[in-house]
Design a protein around this ligand. Structure first.
Ligand SMILES: [Zn+2]
Ligand SMILES: [Zn+2]
Length: 443
């Protein structure tokens, strides 16, 4: 549904629009010639980098060789990388020859415990130990592409740095997919270790290759883009008894069944879903061992997805309430850990920054090829940066022409396959955004 804007507001918007410089407003703004040239100049190298990272993927918080290679490449460009931030994070600053604003660009570097099923010459044959098991390792989320793209952008920016206004902080981040149990990692740890202490950017940008969008298109939206992701654990504690004599104990199975049932009313009856969607799902349930024993306890784990901090906190409180009161009605107790660890906040694009930079994305792929994707229930730890500085995160379509993006193997699939043309789109998009931001005075 669309609502008509009052005429006065439309005229005011039009007047403001005309007052802005062409690069920040005109959707038909051409791509910068230096972006076109730089894109061509680094294209093959970005493909080679990405293939290398694809062939040698490393799990979260284990990106030792990847970080080493990234730092080496940055040194080759004449930069002085800082290494070892949040375990294997690497950063470097490109100082322009002219004064200007400061921005940060982020790429994540970690891979997933997935055994690759693609037959590519550079397919991964890597294995590692994960949760005590030997697993295949694959760049199934495309972070190999992000690392290659950011190195390409770095190379292009270094080549033009004498005329570049401002400074660019390159952030090669480990552990986006989540640190192993008992470890910290990722964006939140980089911030904790002082990422922005000496370099507080005015804005930050990041991208993600995405199977649901065809190559040649970019997806971006103002405000919430990706969900907050939180996990929880509930344990209903009753009293064990013989299955033939339920009155001799307290049945945690029936109590947990009611907890699960009543939990369904949290989103459907108590959450204002006209504001933002929300999801509460159970992922595992465990209790009991034998047909005629009512066990002592039953445990469940699950996930909560939200886009609004108030709704997130309210669902935590509602779930704790349901768990404790429903359990009490059964004479059982409950141990409710909601959430049971620090989750990712929602990834929220700064509306003004996103409005300002969308024409830069349109310049690269054409106005019709910048789409507004639906809200994504998946999460991204880029969200932590966006809490600190105005930020914009966008999707770069990666599914080859001729393949249906709806049914294409998704990110995290062992058959996830990105069209390498998306690397070139990513480089040019990030470069155009960078130059437009740095060179356009704040209006
Ligand atoms: Zn992922
Ligand atoms: Zn990812």
């Amino acid at each position: 549904m669309r609502t008509a804007r009052p005429l006065a507001v439309s005229l005011l918007a039009l007047a403001l629009a005309c007052a802005l410089p062409a690069t920040a407003q005109d959707a038909a703004t051409p791509q910068r010639p230096e972006v076109v040239a730089a894109g061509k100049a680094v294209q093959q190298q970005v493909v080679d980098w990405r293939r290398h990272f694809h062939q040698y993927p490393e799990l979260s918080n284990r990106e030792e060789q990847t970080a080493k290679r990234v730092a080496e490449e940055l040194r080759k460009l004449g930069l002085q990388p800082r290494t070892g931030i949040a375990h294997h994070g690497v950063t470097a600053v490109i100082k322009g020859g002219r004064p200007g604003p400061r921005i940060a660009l982020r790429a994540d570097m970690d891979a997933l415990p997935v055994t690759e099923r693609n037959s590519l010459p550079f397919a991964s044959k890597a294995t590692a130990t994960y949760r005590g098991e030997t697993v295949g390792v694959m760049h199934a989320c495309g972070h190999d592409a992000h690392t290659g793209i950011l190195l390409g952008v770095a190379k292009a920016l270094v080549a033009m740095k004498d005329t570049l206004p401002g400074e660019v902080l390159l952030v090669f981040q480990p552990s986006e997919e989540g640190a192993p149990a008992g470890e910290e990692g990722g964006a939140s740890l980089m911030l904790k270790e002082g990422l922005f202490k000496d370099f507080k950017p005015d804005a930050m940008f990041g991208l993600h290759v995405f199977s649901s969008i065809p190559v040649g298109q970019i997806g971006v939206r103002q405000g919430p883009l990706m969900a907050a992701s939180d996990s929880f654990n509930l344990k209903v504690v009753g009293r064990q008894t013989h299955g033939s004599r339920p009155w001799g104990g307290v049945d945690p199975i029936v109590a947990m069944a009611d907890v699960i049932g009543t939990t369904q009313t949290i989103v459907s009856r108590r959450t204002d879903i006209s504001r933002q969607p929300a999801v509460v799902s159970f992922g595992a349930i465990k209790g009991g061992i034998r047909y005629n024993i009512i066990p002592d306890d039953v445990e469940v784990v699950g996930t909560i997805r939200t886009f609004d901090e108030g709704m997130r906190q309210k669902i935590f409180a509602d779930l704790k309430n349901v768990a404790s009161h429903v359990s009490a009605a059964h004479g059982a107790k409950v141990e409710a850990n909601v959430p049971d660890r620090d989750g990712n906040p929602a990834t929220i694009n700064d509306p003004a920054l996103t409005a300002r930079m969308t024409p830069s994305l349109q310049a690269v792929v054409g106005a019709d090829n910048v789409i507004t994707p639906p809200l994504q229930m998946g999460a991204e730890d880029f969200s932590f940066y966006a809490l600190e500085v105005p930020s914009m995160f966008f999707f770069v379509g990666s599914t080859a022409k001729g393949t249906d993006p709806v049914t294409a193997p998704s990110n995290h699939s062992p058959e996830f396959m990105l069209d390498e043309a998306s690397l070139d789109v990513g480089v040019r998009a990030l470069l155009q955004v960078t130059l437009d931001y740095l060179e356009t005075p704040k209006g």
